[in-house]
Design a binder for this molecule. Structure first.
Ligand SMILES: [Zn+2]
Length: 317
């Protein structure tokens, strides 16, 4: 057992040297079967738009090769969010095309200053091991901000859905073909069952995002980790179960007061988490998100004493 971050490692390792394919979902909407899915929308006979760009130059090179073979041109790229496996290919595509890059203001700041991610995980300038490409993408420039529910890009209307939670400015995109790219807002149930945790920045927002996706009826859903689905209800349910199981574990511990290190240590044992430095900091950040949520919901309280922060369940009534 391990967590979602390790899933990405496993997946990238599996895919090394494997050919990438472009698969049509419906009409003008396609996807590349990359470890984190890359969407493609045909704007007209020659021009295309990408949704995310994969982890690195290697993923972007494979995408460009397939696009060149068809004599298509990338006119625009939308990033669902700034995590390295979704925007790490931006840099390569930006060097080789005239495409305009789109993201929300929050994600733009991380994409353009990618050291922000290991910085916030570590708490200050991080050691080299945390600046590896899984946590820190190559920097790229975002040319246009996504601020509205609808964006007309190169003459085509795209529906933009605010799905913040997994990251601060995460979005989903619905194409004209009624294909809903949900990014990392929903993770496929099989992956969640195996890797246990859902990384999130704001748990309250993620729960809202999951409910929002549940209410939107699309013909197809594309999960960045999980691929194309006709229904998404079961996956969302498993995502909710995983979130609740960590909340319940924390609440179960906090009949007594504990500091965060205590909770992290017990969580590592209970869920059988594989331990690496990066994984530790990602899980510590995830734990903070759950603790903040439980504090805001008045389920636990926290206080400082003798140089330590303690957490404890709120007394009933
Ligand atoms: Zn992500």
């Amino acid at each position: 057992m391990s967590d979602f971050f390790l899933y990405k490692y496993d997946k990238i390792r599996e895919q090394r040297g494997v050919k990438m394919n472009l698969i049509q979902i419906k009409n003008n909407t396609y996807y590349f079967d990359n470890p984190s899915v890359i969407g493609l929308y045909r704007l007209n006979d020659t021009d295309v738009l990408l949704i995310d760009t994969g982890l690195d130059d290697d993923a972007a090179r494979k995408v460009l090769r397939i696009i060149d073979e068809r004599n298509w041109k990338i006119k625009a790229v939308i990033n669902t969010h700034s995590h390295a496996d979704h925007c790490g290919g931006n840099h390569f595509i930006q060097k080789r095309t005239d495409a305009l890059f789109y993201a929300t203001a929050f994600e733009k700041s991380y994409i353009e200053t990618p050291s922000s991610e290991p910085h916030y995980l570590f708490g200050s300038y991080p050691p080299k091991i945390m600046r590896a490409k899984f946590l820190q993408a190559n920097p790229s420039i975002i040319n246009r901000l996504i601020e509205r529910d609808n964006m007309i890009i190169e003459g085509v209307d795209f529906k933009i859905i605010d799905l913040k939670g997994h990251s601060p400015g995460h979005i989903g995109i619905i194409t004209q073909d009624d294909v809903f790219f949900v990014g990392d807002a929903v993770i496929e149930s099989k992956i969640v069952e195996k890797y246990k945790f859902l990384y999130n920045y704001s748990l309250r927002d993620l729960l809202e995002a999951l409910n929002k996706v549940l209410e939107i009826n699309a013909e197809y859903y594309v999960l960045s980790h999980g691929g194309v689905k006709r229904t998404i209800k079961d996956d969302i349910e498993i995502n909710m179960i995983a979130i609740n199981s960590l909340n319940e574990f924390i609440l179960g511990m906090l009949n007594k007061e504990y500091n965060k290190n205590d909770i992290h240590r017990e969580m590592t044992k209970y869920f059988g988490i594989e331990e690496t430095i990066s994984n530790y900091y990602l899980n510590d950040s995830l734990l903070s998100s759950h603790l903040a949520y439980l504090i805001e919901e008045n389920m636990i309280e926290f206080y400082v004493s003798s140089g330590e922060i303690f957490y404890k369940k709120q007394p009933l009534g």
